[in-house]
Design a protein. Structure first.
Length: 242
């Protein structure tokens, strides 16, 4: 789990959902959409980490990332199991989110080991913050699962430690990493906003339609402000400007 300086708990009280709310087809579709987006994100994350492990400069780095990849795939399987419990096809549920998530990864392909680590440390953490905010809006069993799979599998602290060592060893890399971090936050926020706006089922989960569940538009904007602030704190923890 990220430390207190970078964690992003939801500060606003929203009307709690119960498991009985899953009988509401609109709410149920929203929960399914959230799980589908998360599942596909975990699947892509698994392959990304495997690729990073393959390009790691030292055997110890390969081993560390291989362990992280195992955890990511376990998260994927747990999300798929929950989708099956809800009576839906996981592959069909993930499909609407594939283009947006794949596009994000394509647009921020790292060109070096350090850029790959920054993508893990900053880029992936922004997505995690977004989904953690969403977890406040679902039923308790789903919320517990989402919070579990969003726990840091070790990749964030590993990336932070390696980036810190690199910056200390060669101060010239700091500027390049700061620029890369700014690009990551811009692309990640755009992708999160697109996913929230373009998928009707997820939009219905996030936006309060007068029922008292979900965010009003002002709170939704503050959500993205909180995510940006958390990114700034992460960058400052490396001694970089966001």
């Amino acid at each position: 789990m990220p430390d207190d300086a970078t964690s992003n708990p939801h500060p606003v009280t929203v009307r709690s959902r119960t498991e009985a709310d899953l009988q509401d087809p609109v709410f149920r579709r929203g929960v399914v959409a959230l799980l589908g987006a998360l599942a596909y994100g975990e699947l892509v994350s698994f392959f990304t980490i495997v690729h990073d492990a393959d390009t790691a400069p030292q055997p110890r780095d390969k081993v560390a990332l291989a362990r992280v990849a195992v955890h990511e795939f376990d998260h994927y399987e747990r999300l798929v199991a929950r989708l099956k419990e809800l009576g839906v096809d996981p592959q069909e549920t993930m499909a609407p989110f594939a283009k947006a998530i794949d596009t994000w990864h394509h647009r921020i392909q790292s060109s070096s080991w350090l850029e790959g680590l920054m993508k893990v440390y900053a880029g992936n953490s922004i997505a995690t913050d977004f989904y953690r905010e969403c977890a406040a809006l679902v039923d308790p069993p789903t919320r517990s699962l989402v919070e579990e799979v969003l726990k840091d599998s070790g990749q964030t602290e590993f990336a932070k430690a390696e980036l810190t060592k690199a910056i200390v060893a060669d101060g010239t890399v700091a500027g390049r990493l700061a620029l890369w971090g700014r690009r990551l936050v811009g692309e990640a926020l755009s992708q999160a906003q697109r996913v929230a706006a373009e998928q009707d089922e997820l939009t219905s989960l996030l936006i309060d339609d007068g029922s008292g569940h979900g965010f009003d538009l002002g709170e939704l904007m503050r959500l993205f402000t909180r995510i940006t602030d958390a990114h700034t704190a992460r960058m400052e923890a490396l001694g970089l400007t966001a």
